[in-house]
Write a protein that binds this ligand. Structure first.
Ligand SMILES: Nc1ncnc2c1ncn2[C@@H]1O[C@H](COP(=O)(O)OP(=O)(O)OP(=O)(O)O)[C@@H](O)[C@H]1O
Ligand SMILES: [Mg+2]
Length: 218
């Protein structure tokens, strides 16, 4: 039997509350309507071990905190497990994978304001991600105040990154836009201040532009 064609790997990136999780489920549904099975997953996380690391990084025990380099190593350790146990097998089986945050978030969150040098972060990325680079990265971009309002309205306990000040979130937004500008072949910047249906349509256009007409049905 021929092995199936490798699936597509789509990552969703952007700051807190920009609508990544909302878009992920909409895209999964739209792909299913076209007969394409897309698995949804997230980072840090996506496997039992990686989710344990997620809990440690996002909500460190007690009043503890990790240094940016320690965070970078932990999220990359989680990513190795996620890639090995989940993402690569799914793609090899011909499934699409839509991942809520991936390596760009590490570049941004651990690299903001030079916390960890981009040389170190990119070197780690080369070893960890290797050939499994996303086929398409959708970067959701919205004014920080709007995204944080939406995030607050959603409720839930804020994690270590969400409690940081406006300047941090502004730097995060700029760093994501910068990645989109530098890697236009992989990344599409999407205006996430629009209504959710418009955001989904823009994302769908980007998917169609990258992969051609998306339809697995005969
Ligand atoms: N385009 C949109 N317009 C208005 N509200 C939106 C839009 N997209 C998402 N929302 C709402 O904003 C809130 C945050 O969205 P969502 O949880 O999808 O963001 P996120 O990027 O996944 O956030 P986080 O970084 O915290 O995981 C949710 O209540 C969601 O329903
Ligand atoms: Mg989310």
């Amino acid at each position: 039997m021929n092995s199936p064609v490798r699936g597509r790997f789509i990552t969703l990136e952007g700051g807190e509350g920009t609508g990544k999780s909302t878009l992920q489920l909409t895209l999964q549904r739209r792909l299913a309507e076209q007969g394409i099975e897309a698995l949804v997953t997230r980072e840090p996380g996506g496997t039992v071990c990686a989710e344990a690391i997620r809990a440690l990084v996002l909500n460190p025990p007690g009043e503890m905190s990790f240094s940016p380099l320690a965070e970078a190593l932990l999220v990359n350790a989680a990513r190795i497990d996620h890639l090995d146990q989940f993402i690569r097998p799914a793609l090899a089986a011909g499934k699409w994978v839509i991942c809520d945050r991936f390596s760009d978030s590490t570049r941004v969150y651990q690299g903001v304001s030079g916390a960890v040098s981009s040389d170190v972060l990119l070197d780690l990325e080369r070893h960890v991600v290797a050939q499994t680079r996303p086929d398409l990265t959708l970067i959701l971009d919205a004014p920080v105040s709007l995204a944080l309002e939406r995030r607050a309205a959603r409720g839930g306990k804020p994690d270590v990154f969400e409690t940081r000040g406006l300047a941090f979130h502004q730097a995060v937004r700029e760093a994501f836009s910068d990645i989109a500008r530098r890697e236009p072949g992989r990344c599409t910047l999407i205006d996430a201040s629009l209504p959710a249906s418009d955001v989904a349509n823009l994302a769908w256009s980007a998917i169609s532009a990258r992969f051609g007409a998306v339809n697995a049905r005969p």
